[in-house]
Design a protein around this ligand. Structure first.
Ligand SMILES: Cc1cc2nc3c(=O)[nH]c(=O)nc-3n(C[C@H](O)[C@H](O)[C@H](O)COP(=O)(O)OP(=O)(O)OC[C@H]3O[C@@H](n4cnc5c(N)ncnc54)[C@H](O)[C@@H]3O)c2cc1C
Length: 383
Protein backbone atom coordinates (compact mmCIF):
# COMPACT_ATOMS: atom_id res chain seq x y z
CA UNK A 1 0.00 0.00 0.00
CA UNK A 2 1.25 3.49 -0.85
CA UNK A 3 2.95 5.57 1.82
CA UNK A 4 1.42 8.98 1.25
CA UNK A 5 1.48 10.68 4.64
CA UNK A 6 5.10 11.04 5.68
CA UNK A 7 5.96 14.71 5.16
CA UNK A 8 9.50 14.36 6.51
CA UNK A 9 12.20 11.76 5.99
CA UNK A 10 12.35 11.10 9.74
CA UNK A 11 8.60 10.45 9.91
CA UNK A 12 8.96 8.01 7.01
CA UNK A 13 11.71 6.20 8.90
CA UNK A 14 9.62 6.03 12.08
CA UNK A 15 6.72 4.61 10.11
CA UNK A 16 8.98 2.02 8.43
CA UNK A 17 10.42 1.00 11.79
CA UNK A 18 6.93 0.55 13.22
CA UNK A 19 5.81 -1.38 10.15
CA UNK A 20 8.74 -3.79 10.60
CA UNK A 21 8.10 -4.30 14.34
CA UNK A 22 4.38 -4.73 13.72
CA UNK A 23 4.86 -7.28 10.96
CA UNK A 24 7.71 -9.25 12.53
CA UNK A 25 6.94 -9.08 16.25
CA UNK A 26 3.30 -8.16 16.81
CA UNK A 27 1.19 -9.66 14.01
CA UNK A 28 2.27 -13.23 14.82
CA UNK A 29 0.61 -13.20 18.25
CA UNK A 30 -2.47 -11.11 17.44
CA UNK A 31 -4.83 -14.02 16.68
CA UNK A 32 -3.75 -15.97 19.76
CA UNK A 33 -4.17 -12.92 22.03
CA UNK A 34 -7.64 -12.43 20.55
CA UNK A 35 -8.58 -16.05 21.25
CA UNK A 36 -7.15 -16.20 24.77
CA UNK A 37 -7.76 -12.60 25.79
CA UNK A 38 -4.19 -12.54 27.10
CA UNK A 39 -2.63 -9.12 27.45
CA UNK A 40 0.01 -8.60 24.70
CA UNK A 41 2.98 -7.95 27.04
CA UNK A 42 5.57 -9.00 24.49
CA UNK A 43 4.16 -6.63 21.85
CA UNK A 44 4.22 -3.74 24.31
CA UNK A 45 7.79 -4.62 25.30
CA UNK A 46 8.87 -4.47 21.62
CA UNK A 47 7.30 -1.02 21.20
CA UNK A 48 9.10 0.14 24.34
CA UNK A 49 12.44 -1.21 23.15
CA UNK A 50 12.06 0.87 19.99
CA UNK A 51 11.27 3.97 22.08
CA UNK A 52 7.93 4.46 20.32
CA UNK A 53 6.00 5.50 23.46
CA UNK A 54 8.21 8.61 23.60
CA UNK A 55 7.11 9.66 20.12
CA UNK A 56 4.91 12.60 21.16
CA UNK A 57 6.77 13.54 24.33
CA UNK A 58 8.80 16.73 23.86
CA UNK A 59 12.53 16.53 23.19
CA UNK A 60 13.12 18.54 26.38
CA UNK A 61 11.63 15.61 28.34
CA UNK A 62 13.62 13.00 26.40
CA UNK A 63 10.98 12.17 23.77
CA UNK A 64 10.97 12.54 19.98
CA UNK A 65 8.72 15.63 19.95
CA UNK A 66 6.68 14.44 16.97
CA UNK A 67 3.18 15.69 16.19
CA UNK A 68 -0.19 14.06 15.66
CA UNK A 69 0.45 13.20 12.01
CA UNK A 70 3.46 11.03 12.90
CA UNK A 71 1.60 9.58 15.90
CA UNK A 72 -1.31 8.62 13.63
CA UNK A 73 1.08 6.86 11.19
CA UNK A 74 2.62 4.82 13.99
CA UNK A 75 -0.72 3.80 15.52
CA UNK A 76 -2.01 2.90 12.05
CA UNK A 77 0.89 0.51 11.44
CA UNK A 78 0.47 -1.15 14.84
CA UNK A 79 -3.29 -1.53 14.26
CA UNK A 80 -2.73 -3.16 10.86
CA UNK A 81 -1.08 -5.96 12.83
CA UNK A 82 -3.07 -5.90 16.09
CA UNK A 83 -5.77 -3.38 17.04
CA UNK A 84 -5.68 -4.38 20.72
CA UNK A 85 -1.98 -3.55 20.93
CA UNK A 86 -2.65 -0.25 19.15
CA UNK A 87 -5.33 0.68 21.70
CA UNK A 88 -3.10 -0.21 24.67
CA UNK A 89 -0.28 1.82 23.08
CA UNK A 90 -2.60 4.81 22.49
CA UNK A 91 -3.89 4.82 26.11
CA UNK A 92 -0.34 4.50 27.40
CA UNK A 93 1.06 7.32 25.26
CA UNK A 94 -1.84 9.60 26.16
CA UNK A 95 -1.28 8.92 29.89
CA UNK A 96 2.40 9.82 29.44
CA UNK A 97 1.35 13.00 27.60
CA UNK A 98 -0.85 14.02 30.55
CA UNK A 99 2.11 13.64 32.90
CA UNK A 100 4.23 15.72 30.53
CA UNK A 101 1.71 18.56 30.29
CA UNK A 102 0.65 18.71 33.95
CA UNK A 103 2.94 16.60 36.13
CA UNK A 104 5.42 18.05 38.62
CA UNK A 105 9.17 17.65 37.99
CA UNK A 106 9.16 14.81 40.52
CA UNK A 107 6.36 12.92 38.77
CA UNK A 108 8.00 13.37 35.39
CA UNK A 109 11.28 12.07 36.76
CA UNK A 110 9.61 9.10 38.38
CA UNK A 111 7.42 8.04 35.44
CA UNK A 112 8.24 9.57 32.05
CA UNK A 113 11.49 7.78 31.22
CA UNK A 114 10.09 4.45 32.42
CA UNK A 115 6.93 4.98 30.38
CA UNK A 116 8.85 5.91 27.23
CA UNK A 117 10.60 2.52 27.44
CA UNK A 118 7.40 0.70 28.52
CA UNK A 119 9.09 -0.49 31.73
CA UNK A 120 6.02 1.15 33.28
CA UNK A 121 2.65 1.08 31.57
CA UNK A 122 0.04 3.85 31.83
CA UNK A 123 -3.72 4.00 31.38
CA UNK A 124 -6.56 6.50 31.44
CA UNK A 125 -9.60 6.28 33.74
CA UNK A 126 -12.41 8.74 33.02
CA UNK A 127 -15.51 6.69 32.28
CA UNK A 128 -17.82 5.55 35.11
CA UNK A 129 -20.81 3.19 35.16
CA UNK A 130 -23.23 6.15 35.27
CA UNK A 131 -21.34 8.78 33.25
CA UNK A 132 -21.35 7.37 29.70
CA UNK A 133 -19.30 9.55 27.36
CA UNK A 134 -20.10 12.58 29.51
CA UNK A 135 -16.99 13.28 31.58
CA UNK A 136 -18.94 16.08 33.28
CA UNK A 137 -21.18 13.45 34.94
CA UNK A 138 -18.48 11.61 36.90
CA UNK A 139 -18.99 11.18 40.64
CA UNK A 140 -15.75 9.58 41.85
CA UNK A 141 -14.84 11.82 44.76
CA UNK A 142 -11.44 12.91 46.07
CA UNK A 143 -11.44 14.71 49.44
CA UNK A 144 -8.31 16.42 50.69
CA UNK A 145 -7.02 15.08 54.01
CA UNK A 146 -3.68 16.69 54.92
CA UNK A 147 -1.05 15.53 52.41
CA UNK A 148 -3.43 13.04 50.79
CA UNK A 149 -6.58 12.86 48.71
CA UNK A 150 -8.99 10.17 49.87
CA UNK A 151 -10.64 8.72 46.76
CA UNK A 152 -13.96 6.84 46.69
CA UNK A 153 -15.90 5.68 43.63
CA UNK A 154 -15.38 3.54 40.57
CA UNK A 155 -14.32 3.61 36.91
CA UNK A 156 -15.57 1.33 34.17
CA UNK A 157 -14.15 -0.38 31.06
CA UNK A 158 -10.60 0.88 31.59
CA UNK A 159 -8.14 -0.25 28.89
CA UNK A 160 -5.10 -1.98 30.47
CA UNK A 161 -7.02 -2.13 33.76
CA UNK A 162 -5.08 -4.22 36.28
CA UNK A 163 -2.13 -4.47 33.86
CA UNK A 164 -0.97 -0.85 33.86
CA UNK A 165 1.31 0.41 36.63
CA UNK A 166 -0.10 3.93 36.71
CA UNK A 167 -3.59 5.43 36.08
CA UNK A 168 -4.55 8.98 35.20
CA UNK A 169 -7.88 9.23 37.00
CA UNK A 170 -10.46 12.01 36.62
CA UNK A 171 -12.02 12.75 40.02
CA UNK A 172 -14.34 15.31 41.53
CA UNK A 173 -12.51 17.45 44.08
CA UNK A 174 -15.29 20.03 44.53
CA UNK A 175 -18.86 18.97 43.73
CA UNK A 176 -20.09 22.60 44.01
CA UNK A 177 -17.95 23.84 41.14
CA UNK A 178 -19.22 21.74 38.20
CA UNK A 179 -16.56 21.36 35.46
CA UNK A 180 -14.13 23.48 37.50
CA UNK A 181 -14.46 21.04 40.40
CA UNK A 182 -12.70 18.17 38.62
CA UNK A 183 -9.06 17.17 38.89
CA UNK A 184 -6.74 14.52 37.48
CA UNK A 185 -4.82 12.29 39.89
CA UNK A 186 -2.02 9.90 39.10
CA UNK A 187 -2.79 6.72 41.03
CA UNK A 188 -0.34 3.86 41.23
CA UNK A 189 -1.61 0.32 40.77
CA UNK A 190 -0.53 -0.88 44.21
CA UNK A 191 -2.10 1.98 46.17
CA UNK A 192 -4.07 0.55 49.12
CA UNK A 193 -7.81 1.01 48.53
CA UNK A 194 -7.57 0.49 44.75
CA UNK A 195 -8.86 -2.81 43.36
CA UNK A 196 -9.90 -4.13 39.95
CA UNK A 197 -12.81 -6.13 38.60
CA UNK A 198 -12.37 -9.05 36.22
CA UNK A 199 -11.62 -8.31 32.55
CA UNK A 200 -14.73 -7.71 30.43
CA UNK A 201 -15.41 -10.63 28.06
CA UNK A 202 -15.65 -8.39 25.00
CA UNK A 203 -16.72 -8.93 21.40
CA UNK A 204 -13.47 -7.46 20.03
CA UNK A 205 -10.27 -5.73 21.14
CA UNK A 206 -10.20 -8.76 23.36
CA UNK A 207 -6.71 -8.58 24.79
CA UNK A 208 -6.94 -4.99 26.06
CA UNK A 209 -7.90 -6.02 29.61
CA UNK A 210 -10.91 -3.71 30.07
CA UNK A 211 -11.66 -3.74 33.78
CA UNK A 212 -13.62 -1.86 36.38
CA UNK A 213 -11.60 0.02 39.01
CA UNK A 214 -12.82 0.46 42.59
CA UNK A 215 -11.59 3.13 44.97
CA UNK A 216 -12.34 2.59 48.63
CA UNK A 217 -10.76 5.19 50.90
CA UNK A 218 -7.83 5.08 48.50
CA UNK A 219 -5.18 7.49 49.83
CA UNK A 220 -3.29 9.30 47.08
CA UNK A 221 -0.43 11.70 47.90
CA UNK A 222 -1.21 15.33 47.06
CA UNK A 223 1.92 15.50 44.93
CA UNK A 224 0.21 13.08 42.50
CA UNK A 225 -2.13 15.84 41.38
CA UNK A 226 -1.66 16.54 37.65
CA UNK A 227 -1.91 20.27 37.01
CA UNK A 228 -3.77 22.29 39.61
CA UNK A 229 -6.87 21.33 41.52
CA UNK A 230 -9.89 22.09 39.28
CA UNK A 231 -7.91 21.61 36.04
CA UNK A 232 -8.92 17.99 35.47
CA UNK A 233 -10.82 18.67 32.26
CA UNK A 234 -8.02 20.84 30.87
CA UNK A 235 -5.53 18.02 31.44
CA UNK A 236 -7.90 15.57 29.70
CA UNK A 237 -8.27 18.14 26.91
CA UNK A 238 -4.53 18.42 26.36
CA UNK A 239 -3.88 14.68 26.35
CA UNK A 240 -6.83 12.34 25.82
CA UNK A 241 -8.85 14.72 23.64
CA UNK A 242 -6.01 16.63 22.00
CA UNK A 243 -4.05 13.49 21.07
CA UNK A 244 -5.98 10.34 21.92
CA UNK A 245 -8.71 10.85 19.32
CA UNK A 246 -6.06 10.84 16.58
CA UNK A 247 -4.78 7.54 17.94
CA UNK A 248 -8.33 6.16 18.02
CA UNK A 249 -9.00 7.25 14.43
CA UNK A 250 -5.68 5.74 13.34
CA UNK A 251 -6.58 2.38 14.88
CA UNK A 252 -9.69 2.33 12.67
CA UNK A 253 -7.69 3.29 9.58
CA UNK A 254 -5.15 0.54 10.31
CA UNK A 255 -7.92 -2.05 10.73
CA UNK A 256 -9.53 -0.94 7.45
CA UNK A 257 -6.21 -1.19 5.60
CA UNK A 258 -5.71 -4.71 6.89
CA UNK A 259 -9.23 -5.62 5.70
CA UNK A 260 -8.56 -4.18 2.23
CA UNK A 261 -5.29 -6.11 1.96
CA UNK A 262 -6.89 -9.39 3.07
CA UNK A 263 -9.78 -8.92 0.63
CA UNK A 264 -7.57 -8.18 -2.37
CA UNK A 265 -5.42 -11.21 -1.58
CA UNK A 266 -8.47 -13.43 -1.26
CA UNK A 267 -10.13 -12.11 -4.42
CA UNK A 268 -6.99 -13.08 -6.36
CA UNK A 269 -6.38 -16.46 -4.71
CA UNK A 270 -9.86 -17.90 -4.30
CA UNK A 271 -10.92 -19.65 -7.50
CA UNK A 272 -14.35 -21.00 -8.33
CA UNK A 273 -14.85 -23.01 -11.49
CA UNK A 274 -11.27 -22.20 -12.41
CA UNK A 275 -11.63 -18.44 -12.10
CA UNK A 276 -10.51 -16.11 -9.29
CA UNK A 277 -13.56 -14.46 -7.70
CA UNK A 278 -11.92 -11.06 -8.36
CA UNK A 279 -12.91 -11.29 -12.04
CA UNK A 280 -16.55 -10.71 -11.06
CA UNK A 281 -17.76 -7.14 -11.19
CA UNK A 282 -19.77 -7.60 -7.98
CA UNK A 283 -16.60 -8.46 -6.07
CA UNK A 284 -14.66 -5.66 -7.79
CA UNK A 285 -17.30 -3.15 -6.65
CA UNK A 286 -16.89 -4.23 -3.04
CA UNK A 287 -13.10 -4.03 -3.28
CA UNK A 288 -13.17 -0.57 -4.84
CA UNK A 289 -15.63 0.74 -2.23
CA UNK A 290 -13.36 -0.61 0.50
CA UNK A 291 -10.27 1.03 -1.01
CA UNK A 292 -12.03 4.39 -1.32
CA UNK A 293 -13.36 4.18 2.25
CA UNK A 294 -10.00 3.27 3.72
CA UNK A 295 -7.97 5.79 1.71
CA UNK A 296 -10.38 8.67 2.25
CA UNK A 297 -10.41 8.08 6.02
CA UNK A 298 -6.62 7.92 6.01
CA UNK A 299 -6.34 11.14 4.03
CA UNK A 300 -8.91 12.88 6.25
CA UNK A 301 -7.16 11.72 9.41
CA UNK A 302 -3.79 13.00 8.23
CA UNK A 303 -5.13 16.35 7.04
CA UNK A 304 -6.98 16.74 10.38
CA UNK A 305 -3.81 15.84 12.27
CA UNK A 306 -1.74 18.30 10.24
CA UNK A 307 -4.31 21.06 10.94
CA UNK A 308 -4.20 20.30 14.67
CA UNK A 309 -0.40 20.23 14.70
CA UNK A 310 -0.39 23.65 13.05
CA UNK A 311 -3.11 25.00 15.32
CA UNK A 312 -3.50 23.03 18.61
CA UNK A 313 -6.63 25.03 19.54
CA UNK A 314 -8.36 23.16 16.70
CA UNK A 315 -7.17 19.73 17.90
CA UNK A 316 -10.32 18.62 19.71
CA UNK A 317 -12.85 19.28 16.96
CA UNK A 318 -10.63 17.92 14.18
CA UNK A 319 -9.93 14.83 16.29
CA UNK A 320 -13.66 14.26 16.90
CA UNK A 321 -14.36 14.45 13.17
CA UNK A 322 -11.47 12.18 12.23
CA UNK A 323 -12.46 9.56 14.82
CA UNK A 324 -16.13 9.66 13.85
CA UNK A 325 -15.41 9.25 10.15
CA UNK A 326 -12.66 6.63 10.47
CA UNK A 327 -14.44 4.45 13.04
CA UNK A 328 -17.67 4.23 11.05
CA UNK A 329 -15.77 3.69 7.79
CA UNK A 330 -13.81 0.80 9.36
CA UNK A 331 -17.04 -0.96 10.36
CA UNK A 332 -18.31 -0.69 6.75
CA UNK A 333 -15.01 -1.81 5.24
CA UNK A 334 -14.56 -4.81 7.54
CA UNK A 335 -18.19 -5.79 7.01
CA UNK A 336 -17.58 -5.81 3.24
CA UNK A 337 -14.38 -7.79 3.76
CA UNK A 338 -16.42 -10.60 5.33
CA UNK A 339 -18.65 -10.53 2.23
CA UNK A 340 -15.67 -10.72 -0.12
CA UNK A 341 -14.37 -13.75 1.74
CA UNK A 342 -17.82 -15.39 1.84
CA UNK A 343 -18.17 -18.22 4.40
CA UNK A 344 -14.42 -18.10 4.99
CA UNK A 345 -14.81 -14.53 6.20
CA UNK A 346 -17.24 -15.74 8.86
CA UNK A 347 -14.77 -18.29 10.17
CA UNK A 348 -12.27 -17.72 12.96
CA UNK A 349 -9.67 -19.34 10.68
CA UNK A 350 -9.53 -16.10 8.71
CA UNK A 351 -8.59 -12.73 9.99
CA UNK A 352 -11.40 -10.52 8.76
CA UNK A 353 -13.99 -11.53 11.37
CA UNK A 354 -11.55 -10.31 14.06
CA UNK A 355 -11.06 -7.07 12.16
CA UNK A 356 -14.83 -6.55 12.09
CA UNK A 357 -15.19 -7.24 15.83
CA UNK A 358 -12.27 -4.89 16.62
CA UNK A 359 -13.61 -2.14 14.35
CA UNK A 360 -16.99 -2.24 16.10
CA UNK A 361 -15.50 -1.26 19.46
CA UNK A 362 -13.95 1.89 18.01
CA UNK A 363 -17.38 3.49 17.44
CA UNK A 364 -18.00 3.20 21.20
CA UNK A 365 -14.86 4.04 23.09
CA UNK A 366 -13.65 7.51 24.16
CA UNK A 367 -16.90 9.05 22.89
CA UNK A 368 -19.65 7.23 21.03
CA UNK A 369 -20.51 8.23 17.44
CA UNK A 370 -23.71 9.88 18.69
CA UNK A 371 -21.79 12.16 21.04
CA UNK A 372 -19.30 12.98 18.31
CA UNK A 373 -22.04 13.84 15.80
CA UNK A 374 -23.58 16.19 18.36
CA UNK A 375 -20.22 17.80 19.15
CA UNK A 376 -19.46 18.39 15.46
CA UNK A 377 -22.91 19.84 14.77
CA UNK A 378 -22.92 22.02 17.90
CA UNK A 379 -19.55 23.50 16.93
CA UNK A 380 -20.88 24.32 13.46
CA UNK A 381 -24.10 25.79 14.85
CA UNK A 382 -22.35 27.67 17.61
CA UNK A 383 -24.42 26.10 20.42
C1 LIG B 1 -12.99 -0.92 23.80
C2 LIG B 1 -13.25 0.15 24.82
C3 LIG B 1 -12.19 0.70 25.53
C4 LIG B 1 -12.43 1.67 26.49
N1 LIG B 1 -11.37 2.19 27.20
C5 LIG B 1 -11.58 3.16 28.13
C6 LIG B 1 -10.49 3.70 28.90
O1 LIG B 1 -9.32 3.32 28.74
N2 LIG B 1 -10.76 4.67 29.81
C7 LIG B 1 -12.02 5.15 30.03
O2 LIG B 1 -12.20 6.02 30.85
N3 LIG B 1 -13.08 4.61 29.34
C8 LIG B 1 -12.90 3.63 28.41
N4 LIG B 1 -13.96 3.09 27.72
C9 LIG B 1 -15.31 3.52 28.07
C10 LIG B 1 -15.93 4.42 27.00
O3 LIG B 1 -15.44 5.70 27.15
C11 LIG B 1 -17.46 4.34 27.13
O4 LIG B 1 -17.86 3.02 26.80
C12 LIG B 1 -18.15 5.32 26.23
O5 LIG B 1 -17.90 6.63 26.66
C13 LIG B 1 -19.66 5.09 26.17
O6 LIG B 1 -20.22 5.04 27.44
P1 LIG B 1 -21.21 3.84 27.83
O7 LIG B 1 -20.56 2.58 27.42
O8 LIG B 1 -21.56 3.99 29.26
O9 LIG B 1 -22.48 4.04 26.91
P2 LIG B 1 -23.79 4.88 27.26
O10 LIG B 1 -23.39 6.25 27.71
O11 LIG B 1 -24.66 4.08 28.16
O12 LIG B 1 -24.47 5.02 25.83
C14 LIG B 1 -25.43 4.10 25.31
C15 LIG B 1 -26.03 4.70 24.03
O13 LIG B 1 -26.73 5.91 24.34
C16 LIG B 1 -26.19 6.99 23.57
N5 LIG B 1 -26.19 8.20 24.39
C17 LIG B 1 -25.93 8.30 25.73
N6 LIG B 1 -26.03 9.58 26.13
C18 LIG B 1 -26.35 10.31 25.04
C19 LIG B 1 -26.58 11.70 24.80
N7 LIG B 1 -26.49 12.61 25.78
N8 LIG B 1 -26.88 12.08 23.56
C20 LIG B 1 -26.96 11.17 22.54
N9 LIG B 1 -26.76 9.84 22.70
C21 LIG B 1 -26.47 9.43 23.93
C22 LIG B 1 -24.76 6.55 23.25
O14 LIG B 1 -24.25 7.23 22.12
C23 LIG B 1 -24.95 5.07 23.01
O15 LIG B 1 -25.45 4.86 21.70
C24 LIG B 1 -13.76 2.12 26.75
C25 LIG B 1 -14.81 1.57 26.01
C26 LIG B 1 -14.57 0.60 25.05
C27 LIG B 1 -15.74 0.02 24.29
Amino acid sequence: MERQNDPTERQGQIRELTFKIARERIALHAAECDRSGNFPREAIRCLGEAGLPGLIISEAEGGAGEGRACFASVVQEIARACASTALIYTSHVVAAKAIEVGGSGLLKKKWLTAMMGCQSLGAFAVHEPDSGSNAGAITTRAIRDGDFYVVNGSKFFITSGGEADVYLVLVRTDPEKGPQGMSTLLIEKDTPGLSFGKPEDKMGLRSTSSREMFFSDCRVPVENLIGNEGEGLQIIGKSLVGWGFYGAAAISVGIAQAAVEASIRHAKERTIAGQPIGVHQAVQFMVSDMILGSESAEAYLHSSAAKADASPAAAALNGFKAKLFASEMAVEVTNKAIQVLGGHGYSREYRVERLFRDARGLTLHFKTSEWLRQDVAKAALGI
